[in-house]
Design a protein around this ligand. Structure first.
Ligand code: AMP
Ligand code: MG
Length: 493
């Protein structure tokens, strides 16, 4: 990952280039983090540190702890809270912004990649409204572990360097432990970053933001001669990335929980982990967010909501793109989604060719899984096993229906001369054995609250290799225990 001849860095030798901070002041408010008193290190990720070329010893040192806690700013940092709006649960909220996050700055690593360093939970900002600007240990651990796990699953996501905790209480439903997460991403620009200026009719700023995003992250949009204009290409690119991300979420069984437009990354990254969940018993109507009483963000709605959110982005870009071009761009979403989803699902079944009837085979299997809420991850992993797929059959209660489906599946495999050994390897490379089940996170959180962080580190290491058999960790691939059925995750974080 790290170029061999490039020196490892310490926090005081990072190369900052704060492009966002050079945009007009309407884009942000500059301010310093509010330090956490007597912080302690909860966990740091070596993989994430490598993105910044940081020396592994550095991230376990005092300076990094002070960085996480908001007590130390590396030379070149220029902290700011980003301004944005958003559609929350379908309703426009014209003013949101980073109420508890601070963008410390942007670094350029040895591979010339840009990474923003952002503290989440670093204290009040001008955008905090009535909230406290803090984050709790529970939600920072959930975001930290899941963002690193999603990366290992090959799903675009923000990353996380580490967490600092402190004993000062933060009040949610009950007093909780305060914590700060250091998040990394090429940019934190969201759909809502455009919406804030569009709804204020500050259309020059919509253009400046689009120019910034194109120049920095979508340079290919400016140099395709004869192709539609750069802004239209940007919209097309974002729509296609969003469609592909939704396909990846659906295929792995990830539910985001709060798909508001302020949580939609312009880069098509999974952003802002709150009440997310991985599908356990397969249920298309599954709602992972206890606060989502209407089920707007239920699993089966995610692809449609992705499109709805893209429409809100297109609306905010109408000052730059003719309406008919916006509609043409949006019309690409469904095809992009369906194509990518079908490809991912065929891969989950170990199929290497496209044949008529594949969609039916996939849909009928999902109907079967839904009938008795079969564990999604366990089932697909078992289906990859060699032989007569008995292990997968054990997961299905309606054996006769499964046998009928399995006969079709075997026929389909035979039609492409599938070899079982190769199929197993292919399937195990795309069907994870380990995902971050709520109860696993919950156990790690409970231990961490008692200042035992070993389980956080253990999960971090486990989820770094989600597709590998890890014989010592077999129990982590089990379905949730009975007590875990009562875990409720909400927007409270
Ligand atoms: P979320 O749903 O977590 O993405 O947050 C929606 C909005 O609420 C964003 O503007 C956040 O910055 C803000 N917010 C959430 N929690 C807090 C908090 N504890 N303090 C200040 N602002 C917050
Ligand atoms: Mg958010």
């Amino acid at each position: 990952m790290h170029p061999k001849d490039a020196p490892l860095r310490t926090l005081d030798t990072l190369t900052f280039d704060n492009r966002y901070a050079r945009l007009p002041p309407a884009f942000y408010r500059k301010l310093q983090p509010t330090p956490l008193a007597q912080p302690y290190l909860v966990s740091v990720s070596d993989d994430a540190a490598a993105l910044l070329d940081l020396d592994p010893a550095e991230i376990r040192g005092e300076r990094c702890l002070n960085l996480l806690a908001g007590n130390y700013l590396p030379p070149g940092a220029d902290p700011l809270a980003m301004n944005y709006a958003g559609h929350q649960f379908g309703t426009l909220v014209p003013q949101l912004g980073d109420g508890r996050a601070l963008l410390l700055g942007e670094i350029i690593n040895a591979r010339r990649e840009r990474w923003t360093l952002q503290l989440k939970g670093a204290g009040e900002t001008p955008f905090s409204r009535t909230a406290d600007g803090r984050a709790v240990l529970r939600s920072t651990i959930r975001e930290y572990l899941c963002s690193e796990a999603m990366h290992a699953l090959g799903i675009p996501t923000t990353r996380a360097l580490g967490i600092a905790g402190a004993d000062e209480p933060v009040y949610r439903e009950t007093p909780e432990t305060a914590a700060v997460l250091l998040r990394l991403a090429p940019t934190n620009v969201r759909f809502g970053s455009f919406e804030v200026f569009y709804y204020r009719r500050e259309l020059d700023y919509v253009k400046q933001l689009a120019d910034h995003v194109i120049e920095e992250y979508f340079p290919q949009c400016t140099d395709a001669s004869g192709a539609p204009g750069a802004y239209e290409q940007l919209l097309i690119e974002v729509i296609e990335r969003t469609a592909r991300l939704m396909a990846q979420w659906q295929a792995v069984g990830f539910c985001h929980g709060v798909m508001n437009t302020d949580n939609m990354s312009i880069l098509g990254l999974t952003l802002d982990y709150g009440p997310y969940g991985f599908m356990e018993g397969f249920n298309p109507g599954h709602i992972c967010n206890h606060s989502d009483t209407q089920g707007r963000y239920a699993y089966q709605n995610q692809p449609y909501i992705g499109l709805w959110n893209c429409s809100r982005l297109a609306q905010a870009l109408t000052p730059l793109i003719p309406a008919e071009s916006c509609n043409a761009a949006l019309a690409r979403y469904e095809g992009a989604y369906l194509e990518h989803y079908a490809a991912l699902m065929r891969a989950k079944l170990g199929l290497t060719t496209v044949m008529q009837g594949d969609d039916g085979l996939i849909n009928d299997l999902l109907t079967l899984l839904a009938e008795h809420q079969t564990d999604y991850t366990i089932f697909f992993r078992a289906l990859g096993e060699i032989g007569d797929i008995d292990r997968a059959r054990d997961e299905i209660i309606n054996r006769a229906a499964f046998d009928a489906w399995a006969a079709r599946y075997r026929e389909r495999l035979a039609a492409e001369n599938s070899n079982d050994t190769e199929r197993r390897a292919r399937m195990h490379a795309v069907n994870p054995k380990y995902v971050l089940r709520n109860h696993l996170a919950q156990i790690a959180i409970e231990k961490a609250t008692q200042k035992d962080f070993s389980e956080v580190d253990r999960l971090l290491a486990l989820l770094r290799r989600p597709f590998d058999e890890q014989p010592d960790n077999e129990a982590y691939a089990s379905p949730p225990p009975d007590w875990a059925k009562n875990i409720e995750v909400s927007c409270s974080s």
